[in-house]
Design a protein around this ligand. Structure first.
Ligand code: FAD
Length: 428
């Protein structure tokens, strides 16, 4: 993604109340919430604000199909999304027109039906639409295989390219110091208490440190003896030119996944496929992913190629080689997906993909994020491992992490997200 360096403060102070590693949506939203509470915050981003997953995703703000532990957080997040444009003072292309997961077979239909009572328990209006209702919602959609879809009208979507930058700007306006092109190479602790981090500008002291480093989190935590067994899963997205049809402003997920932007272009993604490029991490952590891999074997694609070689050569070992992780999109599958979309929407006419990109999602074995303070290192907090579904959670995670760091209650039961769940943490 092309973004200008926009927010960089000049020189890092020698000490902050809170230092944040990672300028994705989690780091930026937390910085915003801390800064407006009057906390002295430094936010360190090795590349550009929002340059990795947070600007490359589909833009879905989705409550439906969430794990029971995530759902209350996601419901609060949607409430925050509803006021976010007014609060941050910018357009985020926020639309609350639902989320639609299409159904083509009995098995998927049963899985979706089973989820509905959980949504109802939490007051959601999630329901199964008939095929006729789907076509009413999406008048240009012509796929006759479609049997219906799971729909939650209070779900929404926003433009990923705008949101993280908006949080970082607002944080900066409230006094946070935001540093782009400033990687953090290590975190220091003394007597079980975090005390400093090493940045490209030198050593910076901090009473608390939040690691919100997305796909890089395990590389920062491992030297402290903290296990964070995440694996990278690659997602590819393409963008059409302006299409002569208007599609309801939602993320639809079926044979393809797509969202029409406010400029009329449509982002189309390879749906129902998870691509894992094998690396050394796959050997280290692969076994922990067996249950998830078995559950999703139909959608899983493994590739042994350039990433394995680059990993062996130490290419991902430091934080300055890849200022911004920019994996190659899977063009063959993107073109196939675009052809499927063209069959679903014949009135879109002939179109080409104007551009394409990919992003590495940081997946945890149980597909749940890691949130909270580590037990072996007081003052060291983690918000990472969002397993391909963190964009929608950004606003609530920013609120929760800022509260936890200040010693306030989280307002939700976070036990399923505990950083302790994967390891016996060693004293650093
Ligand atoms: C193709 C794709 C589609 C997706 N679709 C959706 C969707 O529709 N809805 C949804 O909710 N989620 C979606 N996601 C997932 C979502 O984008 C992520 O869960 C979310 O953006 C994670 O935010 P983050 O801040 O944790 O990580 P990131 O956005 O990856 O940010 C981490 C940042 O930390 C920085 N960093 C790392 N190490 C260091 C260091 N040592 N020093 C300084 N900086 C460092 C990185 O450069 C990076 O900018 C999708 C993801 C992808 C890739």
């Amino acid at each position: 993604m092309d973004q200008a360096v926009m927010i960089t403060a000049s020189a890092a102070a020698q000490a902050y109340d809170v230092a944040i590693v990672g300028g994705g949506i989690m780091g930026a939203a937390t910085a915003y919430n801390l800064a407006r509470a009057g906390i002295k915050v430094g936010l360190f981003e090795k590349g550009r604000i929002g340059g990795e997953q947070s600007s490359r995703n589909w833009g879905a703000v989705r409550q439906q199909e969430r794990d029971a532990a995530e759902l209350p957080l996601m419901i609060e997040s949607v409430r925050l999304w509803m006021g976010l444009e007014a609060e941050l003072g910018v357009s985020l292309d926020w639309h609350q027109q639902g989320h639609l997961s299409l159904v083509y077979d009995e098995i998927t239909s049963e899985v979706f039906e089973k989820w509905i009572p959980l949504g109802r328990e939490h007051g959601l209006d999630t329901r199964m639409l008939t095929s006729k209702e789907v076509h009413h919602l999406l008048p240009h959609y012509r796929d006759r295989d479609c049997r219906g879809g799971l729909f939650t009208s209070s779900d929404g979507c926003a433009e990923p390219e705008k949101v993280t930058i908006a949080f970082a700007r607002a944080a900066s306006e409230k006094g946070a110091e935001v540093f782009e092109l400033t990687s953090v190479s290590s975190i220091e602790a003394q007597n079980g208490q975090v005390c400093a981090l090493w940045t490209e500008q030198g050593c910076v002291k901090a009473d608390s440190i939040l690691v919100a480093a997305g796909a890089w989190t395990n590389r920062l935590l491992r030297p402290l003896g903290i296990r964070h067994p995440s694996l990278w899963v690659r997602g590819s997205v393409g963008r059409t030119g302006v299409l002569p049809i208007e599609i309801r402003k939602l993320v639809a997920w079926g044979k393809t996944a797509y969202r029409q932007r406010s400029d009329g272009r449509v982002n189309i993604a390879v749906a129902r496929a998870a691509f894992h490029d094998l690396t050394g991490e796959s050997l280290l952590n692969g076994m922990k992913f067996l249950p998830a891999a078995t559950r999703n074997w139909r959608n899983l694609r493994l590739s042994l190629g350039s990433h394995a070689v680059r990993d062996l050569m130490g290419d991902f070992a430091d934080f300055t080689t890849h200022r911004t992780l920019d994996p190659r999109p899977d063009w063959r599958r993107l073109e196939n997906t675009a052809r499927l979309f063209a069959q679903e929407y014949p009135e879109a006419g002939p179109f080409n993909l104007e551009r394409g990109w990919a992003g590495f999602m940081d997946f945890m074995p149980d597909e749940l994020p890691v949130l909270g303070e580590t037990s072996s290192c007081r003052g060291l907090f983690v918000a990472a491992g969002f397993s391909g579904a963190g964009f929608g959670m950004g606003p609530v995670i920013g609120r929760i992490m800022a509260d936890l760091i200040q010693g306030n209650p989280a307002g939700h039961n976070l036990s399923r997200f505990s950083p302790k769940r994967f390891s016996k943490e060693r004293q650093p």
